[in-house]
Structures are given as structure tokens and as C-alpha cells.
Write a protein that binds this ligand. Structure first.
Ligand SMILES: [Zn+2]
Length: 274
């Protein structure tokens, strides 16, 4: 089904996202009920959504959700980041700081750089992109809220971007897939198809091997993550490599690799949505 968004619907998405950040700034420091100032943002491409660009804008009219895991200042507010939220099956912490390389390059930075590059690639193809955070200098939002942002935007497909903190000898990338739990029942099959596209294109473009320690053949099924348990849009989470492995880390920290990672994900998304 093709979705034609009206101007009012698009404005609604933007207002929803802006409302989060705006209200949050005001609520910060009050009860724990509010998410953190952060920064969902949406934007489209100039001319996106119009017809006649099938060749150059294969994603015109499509909405893609991107969740760059963690945030650059999560470490600064442990009480907030450690509070428990419902993830669809059980309680888990709002978020974590994420991992980092031995050299101190943070996963939050990596995730955000890949997400930013991916968003640019997708917009160039005509997609409207919804991100769960708009900078790497904030705290949150919590993992359940991230899922809600992408669900509420009615993304045609979405991806959670991470890098792992695995065993030092472990190498490679893994695609984490949802397990049916009620809220996500209707997107399990679609997420499987998308996951296969991600594995194929990410491996081809980046040359990163499939994980030799997480799951099997680069796929791991997870039922303990809000981002996968609560999703109502087709989604997978990618661990782009292992930041605790010296070989993987030497690649993950490079801007050129981050752009390749984004390109691989953009190709997977385009393939899936076609
Ligand atoms: Zn992570």
C-alpha cells in the first residue's frame, strides 16, 4: 500500500517530535514521568513525495525511522538512565551509556555518525527520515520512547543502530531480530525480510564479517529489548561490529568506514522498500 501523507499529517509528525523536545526542556528536573530533552526530529528531502522521480528518488513517499542507540551524555545522568521502563515483556533500564573502544571512542558517537550519514543518503533518495535523537550531546530518550517515536511516525521501515561491547576475541556484525510478543506480531515476517537485506548489503558494502559470537550466521533473535518488543513497524537492530575487538574497532572509528556502514544500510532499506 502506498501512503500519501497530507500536509496536515506531516505537520502532525513534526509537531509530535518537536513537542517532545520542547516539553522536555520544561519538564527536566520534575517528576520522572517525562522523557529527557532530546531531540526527536523529522525532516524530508526537498521535493520528496512528488511524483516523477522514480529513477533518482526511489524512496519518494516513504518514511524511514532511524534510532542511533544511546546518547553522548547518558553518563551524566545515571539516575535517569537507570530508571526502569516497560519493554513489552519485562522492565529494563531506560538506557545505558553504550560501550566504547579501548581508545575511548564511544558507541554513542559511532551510532550517531552512521545515523547522520544514513539519513543524508535516504533523503537524497527521496525518503522522509525520522530520528529518535537529533544530536550526540544529550541524555535519552529512553528505549521505550524511542520505539514509540518510530511507531508514531508510521515508518515504513526502521533500524536501530548500535555497535557491540562483546568479548575481545569476538568479531563481526550481528542483526538482532524481534520475537513475537503481541505488539510486534504483525511485523515479524517483514522484519525477517528486512534483516536479510541488511545482512546481505551491510556485509557486501563494508566487508565486515558476520559475528562469530552473537547468534548464528549474523542473526540473533532477541526478546528483551524495547526497541524490538514494542515495535509496530518493520525493524531490526544492527550491532555494526565489536568495539572491544581491536580489528573491528580500528575500522569502526574511521569516518570512511562509518560512511560505508551507512551506505550498506541505505542500500538494504532501498532494496526492502522497493
Ligand atoms: Zn548499544
Amino acid at each position: 500500500m502506498r501512503i500519501v501523507l497530507t500536509a496536515a499529517a506531516l505537520a502532525g509528525v513534526s509537531l509530535l517530535a518537536l513537542g517532545v523536545g520542547g516539553r522536555l526542556a520544561a519538564d527536566r528536573g520534575r517528576t520522572g514521568a517525562s522523557p529527557h530533552p532530546s531531540s526527536a526530529n523529522t525532516s524530508g528531502s526537498p521535493g520528496g513525495g512528488s511524483g516523477g522521480h522514480a529513477q533518482t528518488q526511489p524512496l519518494a513517499g516513504k518514511i524511514v525511522g532511524i534510532d542511533p542507540g544511546h546518547n553522548g551524555r547518558n553518563y551524566a545522568d545515571p539516575a535517569y538512565i537507570d530508571h526502569l521502563v516497560w519493554n513489552g515483556r519485562e522492565e529494563e533500564t531506560c538506557d545505558t551509556t553504550g560501550t566504547e573502544t579501548d581508545g575511548g571512542y564511544t558507541e554513542a558517537s559511532f551510532n550517531f555518525e552512521v545515523a547522520r550519514s544514513l539519513a543524508a543518503d535516504l533523503r537524497a533518495e527521496g525518503a522522509r527520515v525520522v530520528m529518535t535523537r537529533g544530536s550526540n550531546s544529550g541524555v535519552g530518550p529512553c528505549v521505550n520512547r524511542r520505539s514509540q517515536i518510530l511507531d508514531g511516525a508510521h515508518a515504513n521501515v526502521a533500524i536501530d543502530i548500535h555497535a557491540d561491547g562483546g568479548p575481545p576475541q569476538g568479531r563481526g556484525f550481528a542483526v538482532l531480530e524481534p520475537v513475537a510478543d503481541g505488539p510486534n506480531d504483525r511485523v515479524i515476517a517483514a522484519s525477517r525480510r528486512f534483516g536479510a537485506d541488511v545482512i546481505r548489503r551491510y556485509a557486501a558494502v563494508t566487508g565486515m564479517p558476520r559475528s562469530n559470537y552473537d547468534g548464528s550466521g549474523g542473526i540473533s533473535f532477541r526478546d528483551n529489548l524495547a526497541g524490538l518488543n514494542l515495535t509496530t513497524v518493520p525493524k531490526v537492530l544492527i550491532e555494526c561490529g565489536n568495539m572491544r575487538n581491536a580489528i573491528d574497532a580500528s575500522r569502526l572509528v574511521r569516518a570512511a568506514f562509518q560512511r560505508k556502514a551507512a551506505r550498506g544500510l541505505a542500500e538494504a532499506i532501498t532494496e526492502y522498500l522497493r
